[in-house]
Design a protein around this ligand. Structure first.
Ligand SMILES: [Fe+2]
Length: 485
């Protein structure tokens, strides 16, 4: 390879491509990992194999790299592999980048235009019904071997899936074992088609219904309660004509309203009821949602617009990350009343990367964990696709609103955490997350007790390399996936 990566925020400093596939047996552990923590933490990151064909691109375009931390009896082994997508195979064969603008196939090299699946599968690894899938929302998932991380190929639920896409945020019901997911642009590029799918606990796709949203929206996440399914639709909008002209996939249209569709969990999409929020707003991740009779509640970090620099640029928005995120909010919907009204109240400070314990999913709950940026912990540091990385992990107690928080020092940023349930009764479990050590150009994993995260790490797991910024990860206990084949 003779072409250099561009010297831009997305490709330099802590965001420089790594392109390292590796196995590290028995990582160095400082402190003590409780023996009850036994399982595998899968993570997905974008890691571009080649410089962008058009000279610049976003971090989000990087080829999917999957890694696994395997925890066993106080020890941790690590493995990292590229996800061998059709796109990566084509680029390796040509020994150069072949894909153009972010999610715009009209700008691709003619050799791959229309013939190679464009997805990089770089967003979320999900374990369900004996299968490990890696997704990015612009295509179908890739199936991976959970032990070797070898790519097994594109997956379509044994031919049952009609949607061209599967969003990377799924909702796994801890009680029934069902996997709920959706795909937007399900019928093709910039279509308003959304597919709602339910997979039973055995992995069979038992339901796929399509509906249309008010516009073709960047629908990154959704929410499910025991009684309802919730589809927030924010006005980061795709336009096919714009793409055909070589323009961006996404533009945030401030003049549009935001919408929320709510339907019965096992109902028909024709029962969808729409609620409206003006002015426009944005969010990419929902912490949790629950139903209380005809009241439906949705908790998340509200933003005035998307935080990604390339979308802000294409939308002529000149706001810094600190000015984009407003608060954590609860949106409440009263299904007993007519109209489109959404009740909004603040429940916590600004942030993102929310996570609740699996047992709390879809029901009324008390504790949520998410991340924020505290300027007292140092100036913003570049890590990940937004630019400034978070530097604080927070525990929000919804019974009173108390916040506990943890920062790891002035030259650190924190990546998305996973929650690990405890087997001890009354124990809130643990959080694990990668910490970017900017002054050493290295990474480490920090493990904290979730209830007492403000007390600091109970263990640090040292890595001899820098890890790219996790988009999303998931913890799979050894009960669900034995540590050995
Ligand atoms: Fe996400």
């Amino acid at each position: 390879m003779t072409q250099a990566f561009p010297n831009t925020m997305d490709y330099s400093g802590f965001n420089a491509p790594s392109r390292v596939e590796c196995d590290i047996f028995d990582l160095v552990v400082e402190g003590q990992i409780p023996a009850e923590i036994e399982g595998t933490w899968f993570r997905c990151v974008p890691d571009p194999q080649y410089p962008p064909m058009l000279g610049e691109d976003t971090y989000l375009s990087g080829d999917g790299m999957v890694s696994a931390f395997r925890f066993e009896n106080g020890h941790v082994d690590f493995k990292m592999r590229y996800i061998m997508t059709e796109r990566l195979k084509a680029e390796r064969k040509a020994r150069r980048g072949l894909h153009g603008r972010y999610r715009n196939p009209y700008t691709d090299d003619p050799s791959v235009r229309g013939v190679v699946d464009r997805t990089v599968a770089n967003t979320t690894p999900v374990w369900h019904a004996g299968k490990l899938l890696a997704m990015k929302e612009d295509g179908r998932p890739y199936q991976l071997d959970p032990y070797t991380l070898e790519t097994l190929g594109s997956y379509d639920f044994n031919g049952a899936l009609r949607s061209e896409t599967m969003a990377a945020h799924t909702r796994l019901d801890p009680q029934t074992g069902e996997l709920f997911f959706f795909g937007y642009e399900a019928g093709g590029l910039a279509t308003r088609d959304v597919a709602l799918c339910i997979v039973d606990r055995d992995g069979k796709l038992v339901s796929e219904q399509w509906f249309q949203t008010p516009y073709a929206s960047f629908m990154h996440d959704f929410a499910v309660t025991r009684e309802h399914i919730i589809f927030p639709v924010f006005p980061t909008i795709a336009n096919k004509q714009r793409m055909e002209a070589g323009g961006p996939h996404w533009v945030f249209e401030q003049g549009e309203d935001a919408w929320v569709g709510i339907m019965p969990r096992y109902g028909k999409v024709s029962e969808m009821r729409w609620f409206k929020r003006s002015p426009a707003c944005s969010s990419f991740h929902f912490m949790n949602a629950f139903s209380d009779g005809e009241q439906v509640h949705l908790d998340f970090g509200l933003s005035v617009c998307p935080p990604f620099p390339f979308i802000k640029k294409d939308s002529n928005i000149d706001l810094q990350p600190k000015d984009i995120r407003s608060h954590y909010v609860r949106w409440s919907f009263d299904l007993s009343q007519p109209g489109e009204h959404i009740e909004e109240r603040v429940i916590g400070p600004a942030g993102d990367f929310p996570r609740v314990a699996d047992k709390d999913f879809m029901v009324d709950y008390r504790i949520g964990y998410y991340q924020g940026f505290n300027p007292q912990n140092g100036p913003p540091l570049v890590s990940g696709p937004v630019g400034a990385g978070f530097n604080t992990v927070m525990r929000l107690d919804l019974d009173g609103g108390a916040i506990k928080s943890l920062a790891l020092g002035p030259n650190t940023t924190v990546q998305e955490h996973v929650h690990i349930a405890s087997r001890q009764s009354g124990h809130e479990g643990y959080l694990a997350f990668v910490v970017d050590l900017h002054d050493q150009n290295l990474s480490e994993v920090v493990l904290v007790e979730a209830e007492h995260l403000d007390r600091g790490p109970i263990a640090r797991i040292k890595l001899p390399l820098r890890l790219r910024c996790q988009v999303h990860g998931n913890w799979v206990s050894s009960d669900a996936l034995p540590l050995r084949d």
